[in-house]
Design a protein around this ligand. Structure first.
Ligand code: S3P
Length: 166
């Protein structure tokens, strides 16, 4: 079984995922990193050169390659859940945990972030707009959710472990 972390940029998926994997003696994998390694190009360059739709196709392609993975914590890109077929595959892969944070917290955490092509222009408004657009889907596809607004990485990992062991 795997643990899949979904959620918006800046909610801590990769950092918390890594910690969670260590604690549970599981492997860790980040779909954005895997896409960059497989395609040998940075995500921001994919968006700039080929556009968002092309990137979304790569996300679907990469999820398909994970079918036989087991004992992994998988951190997904913030938009991975936008396609129903991705969600269907994620559900088959394991338990889906949503990391959620308050918009103001996300805005603060991402204020100096680079390599986030979707929020390069008009950052604060773009974050609010995307969060609002995705709120329902994030909350409806997950098996469990954690608000990481005020949690340390360790606390967030602990909460997930508590839930997994229940
Ligand atoms: C995206 C989030 C990013 C990355 C890409 C698109 C999104 O991943 O996949 O820039 O649509 O929310 P992180 O959530 O890991 O930053």
């Amino acid at each position: 079984m795997n643990i899949i972390l979904i959620g918006f940029m800046g909610t801590g998926k990769s950092d918390i995922g890594r910690r969670l994997a260590e604690r549970l003696s599981m492997h860790f994998l980040d779909t954005d990193t895997l896409i960059e390694k497989t395609e040998k190009i940075k995500i921001s360059d994919i968006f700039a050169k080929k556009g968002e739709a092309y990137f979304r196709d790569l996300e679907t392609k990469i999820i398909k390659t994970l079918e036989d993975y087991d004992n992994f914590v998988i951190s997904t890109g913030g938009g991975m859940i936008l396609r129903d077929e991705n969600v269907t595959m994620l559900k088959k892969l394991g338990s889906i945990v949503l990391l959620w944070s308050e918009p103001d917290v996300i805005i603060d955490r991402l204020k100096h972030a680079k390599d986030r092509p979707l929020i390069e222009v008009d950052r604060e408004n773009k974050i609010r707009e995307l969060l609002e657009k995705r709120r329902t889907i994030y909350h409806s596809v997950c098996d469990h959710k954690i608000d990481t607004s005020t949690l340390s990485l360790d606390q967030a990992a602990e909460e997930i472990i508590r839930w997994v062991k229940e």
